[in-house]
Design a protein around this ligand. Structure first.
Ligand SMILES: Cc1cc2nc3c(=O)[nH]c(=O)nc-3n(C[C@H](O)[C@H](O)[C@H](O)COP(=O)(O)OP(=O)(O)OC[C@H]3O[C@@H](n4cnc5c(N)ncnc54)[C@H](O)[C@@H]3O)c2cc1C
Length: 457
């Protein structure tokens, strides 16, 4: 890398420029998923939009492979690269809530905990995910599936506008009124089109919710899953509950006799009243004989951060995913077979319901294509010990291969590893051609290609 160029960049850059010789390099290059170990040439930790513009120009003029890093949570490690430039947005925090218009302007370096903290003070929230440490940027640009999806839609359904730096260094705003083609593509198309520097979201009155799990022994998993597949399609939209195979962690939150027990369960989050949640979830919670059934009022930010202490930075992760429009008895049998063989305490299978409000948007209204899917499945092999990397990967792949024939054929991009072009196209289906045309317009050289890549038409 020419020394001169770094000096030139430094002279216009307010954030940090971290090279391999810098003492902070090893901590700066680390990702959430410790299975990914990449060594960029330069990490440009931006503090403002001007820094992002300078970093993009620098990457382009030096012909560098350029990755964009928001929260650094991507399973496939698509927030970094080997031998290239990482545009790291983690210092671009800041949330401004406008309680009158019920909107929030969010810096691209925020994680969801930052947003929940700021909006909760006003008794509001916007749909995000199931954990508070995930980056707002990556989650939003892929779609955003979370506790509020049945009631208020995906995260992208609540995105009002985004500020973007394009590959040629230009600043644009994308919204329904301005650059509407780009706005369409950003809502599901990932980091393919530019660096988003801030997001504007619609907020909803979400404050204290009814939260908690119902756990059943594995022997009852088939009955639970068969009831659940119908139940969650007709439950009031105020009720969310995702199905999981999991190991109950040894924390004081759970009775000691259940610690380390492999179970199936539903994790509930009701945004209606306690009475409505109790009445609406009762039929499901009456299936079989639950081991634990504990729903209670919980502030929404607490719900969002309840798994944070369990899933800390630096674990080994291997992900696989698919969307499902139905769950046949045969698929249920495969789930029970593989879900009963979780290889480690932190490994899990989650089945997220994506009906209700998230289905009131058509498949071609945003880049996110699978609007008719009823469930987004994600299988994660997780463990702190690198020696178990192969074990969790093998289990995850075998589970995925057993279920894939029953799937709708493609996955949610944010739950995918680096699985090749066929899988990217399968995720976008009919929307891929339109995405490729928009890519050609806004990023004709495919400068932004460290992502689930859409190639310019
Ligand atoms: C523990 C855990 C829980 C999760 N839970 C959920 C969940 O509940 N719901 C859900 O929908 N997803 C969930 N995810 C998946 C998550 O949405 C993706 O991993 C997402 O990519 C993370 O975003 P990030 O900003 O943290 O990632 P990063 O690794 O920083 O970035 C990922 C990709 O996003 C793009 N990107 C990031 N920032 C920008 C930007 N400012 N401009 C343009 N492109 C950008 C880049 O192309 C990059 O390739 C979870 C992930 C983890 C690890």
């Amino acid at each position: 890398m020419p020394r001169q160029s770094i000096d030139q960049l430094q002279s216009t850059f307010r954030g940090e420029l971290i090279q391999p010789t810098n003492g902070a390099y090893d901590s700066a290059r680390k990702l959430y998923n410790a299975m990914i170990d990449k060594r960029p040439k330069l990490i440009a930790r931006c503090v403002d939009v001007a820094d992002v513009m300078a970093a993009v120009r620098y990457g382009r003029e030096n012909g560098m492979l350029t990755a964009i890093r928001g929260g650094g949570h991507n399973g496939a490690g698509l927030g970094t690269c080997d031998d290239g430039l990482v545009i790291d947005l983690s210092r671009m925090k800041g949330v401004r809530v406008d309680p009158t218009s019920r909107t929030a302007r969010v810096g691209a370096g925020c994680v969801w905990g930052d947003v929940d903290h700021a909006t909760h003070a006003f008794g509001m929230a916007t749909p995000s995910g199931f954990i508070s440490t995930t980056g707002v940027a990556g989650l939003t640009l892929g779609g955003g599936i979370g506790y509020l999806a049945r009631r208020y839609g995906l995260t992208i359904d609540n995105l009002l506008s985004a500020d973007v730096i394009l590959g040629d260094g230009r600043f644009v705003t994308a919204s329904a009124q301005e650059n509407s083609d780009l706005f369409w593509a950003l809502r599901g198309g990932g980091g393919n089109f530019g660096v988003v520097t801030s997001f504007e979201f619609r907020l909803h009155p979400v404050n204290t919710v009814q939260f908690g799990p119902t756990f059943w022994p594995l022997e009852q998993a088939a009955d639970v899953l068969k009831f659940y597949r119908q139940f969650i399609l007709t439950a009031p939209e105020e009720v969310n509950g995702f199905f999981a195979f999991l190991v109950i962690p040894p924390t004081p939150m759970f009775p000691e006799h259940l610690h380390m027990k492999m179970v199936c369960g539903i994790i509930w989050c009701g945004t209606g009243t306690a009475e409505l949640t109790e009445k609406a979830t009762k039929p499901m919670r009456s299936v079989g004989t639950p081991l634990l059934d504990a729903i209670g009022p919980t502030p929404f930010p607490v719900v969002q951060s309840i798994f944070d202490g369990l899933y800390v930075t630096g674990l080994q992760w291997y992900w696989r995913a698919d969307n499902f429009t139905e769950l046949s008895d045969a698929a249920v049998a495969k789930h029970v077979e593989h879900g009963s063989k979780l290889p480690t305490m932190l490994s899990a299978m989650h089945l997220y319901p994506v009906n209700g409000a998230s289905q009131r948007v058509d498949s071609n209204e945003t880049a996110y294509s699978f609007r008719e899917a009823l469930f987004a499945e994600v299988i994660v092999g997780v463990d702190p010990d690198p020696a178990n990397a192969q074990k969790i990967t093998t289990w995850c792949k075998e589970y995925w291969e057993a279920l894939h024939p029953y799937s709708a054929g493609g996955a949610y991009v944010n739950f995918m590893m680096d699985e090749g072009q066929d899988r990217v196209q399968a995720a976008f289906r009919d929307n891929y051609c339109r995405l490729a045309a928009i890519k050609k317009k806004y990023d004709p050289t495919n400068f932004f290609r460290v992502n689930q890549n859409i190639r310019p038409a």
